[in-house]
Ligand binder design. Structure first.
Ligand code: SF4
Length: 317
């Protein structure tokens, strides 16, 4: 069985958040005709408090590199880049010696996780997203067909090739009331199961932010029997924590990390920050709708999810 068939059989989905079947990405790059193709391992991980890729790079770098090498062997005439945030670059820069793999220190921050931002930065352009189509599998880095997967996906490609994959994934838990950390557990687990299995179930009343990082939705205790999707990130929040301060931190982060390319996101997030600082949420839903309907990329479109669910489920409850 070749690696594409193995990826398909294993039902591996990309672990960068979008959850797209990995074998389909690989297949679409393979079928393109080109004298040169590129592979990018995205290790930007600029999400607030998220350090899963760091944990994998620190503990399983050989597996990640093996996953990239499998891609290099599978895709003819290809070269690979690992696109790293500055901290992770320092971690691995002396440990990668393959002439077909180049390390790039990124400047993209939070939006560096978006594949077209990564491509722009590697090309020396502004860290902002590109319009699609064309898709990166057709015209990506330097207009060549490009495969972009994140660190965790390449780690599991290696495991699948070796026949060692058992439908796991990495989760990261954070919160003032818990020990937290990074854990490798079954791929399909409910929020409650993850909290219990990792001994991170606080005694005091709490709720969680789960799925995406700063854009992840809020779930109350009666909703903990849902499976976690997206980035595998859980933030545990107790009712003693000030929800306005939490929103202010999200808004500060997004305001500092958006790329300023489009008005709804640039202005909208700034207004959200003002409103949560002033503790006056009048009109905030209109801003949420404008962001969702008119932002250029997923950062702006996804930004309202966490704010809206915290407001509706916790503040207005
Ligand atoms: S929504 Fe617009 S401003 Fe915000 S990150 Fe995307 S392109 Fe940049």
């Amino acid at each position: 069985m070749n690696i594409i068939e193995k990826l398909k059989k294993a039902e591996l989905k990309g672990r960068g958040g979008a959850g797209f079947p990995t074998y389909l990405k690989w297949e679409s790059v393979l079928k393109e005709k080109s004298d040169l193709k590129y592979i990018i391992c995205n290790a930007a991980e600029g999400e607030l408090d998220l350090k899963k890729d760091k944990y994998i790079l620190e503990n399983y770098l050989d597996e990640v590199l093996n996953g990239i090498k499998i891609a290099l062997e599978t895709i003819d005439n290809s070269l690979a880049y690992i696109y790293l945030n500055k901290e992770y670059y320092s971690l691995i820069k002396d440990k990668v010696r393959d002439p077909k793999i180049t390390l790039i220190q990124e400047e993209g921050g939070y939006i560096g996780g978006e594949e077209t931002v990564a491509i722009n930065v590697i090309e020396g352009k502004n860290p902002e997203p590109r319009k699609r189509p064309p898709f990166v599998s057709q015209k990506g880095l330097f207009q060549k067909p490009t495969l972009v997967n994140n660190v965790e996906t390449f780690y599991y490609v290696s495991k699948i090739e070796k026949g060692e994959y058992e439908q796991e994934r990495f989760y990261m838990l954070v919160g003032e009331s818990i020990k937290g950390g990074v854990y490798e557990l079954k791929e399909k687990m409910t929020i409650r199961e993850i909290l219990k299995e990792t001994n991170n179930y606080p005694k005091e009343p709490f709720y969680v932010q789960a799925g995406g990082g700063v854009c992840g939705e809020i779930f109350l205790e009666e909703e903990f029997d849902q499976e976690i999707i997206g980035e595998g990130f859980i933030r545990v929040i107790t009712y003693n924590e000030d929800p306005f301060k939490i929103m202010e931190r999200w808004a500060e982060f997004l305001n500092s990390q958006n790329c300023d390319k489009c008005t709804p996101c640039r202005e909208g997030i700034y207004r959200i920050l003002e409103m949560v600082k002033n503790r006056n949420l009048k009109g905030i839903e209109e801003i949420f709708l404008a962001l969702e309907k008119t932002s250029f990329c997923a950062l702006g479109r996804g930004a309202p999810t966490s704010f809206r669910s915290l407001i509706n489920k916790v503040i207005l409850k």
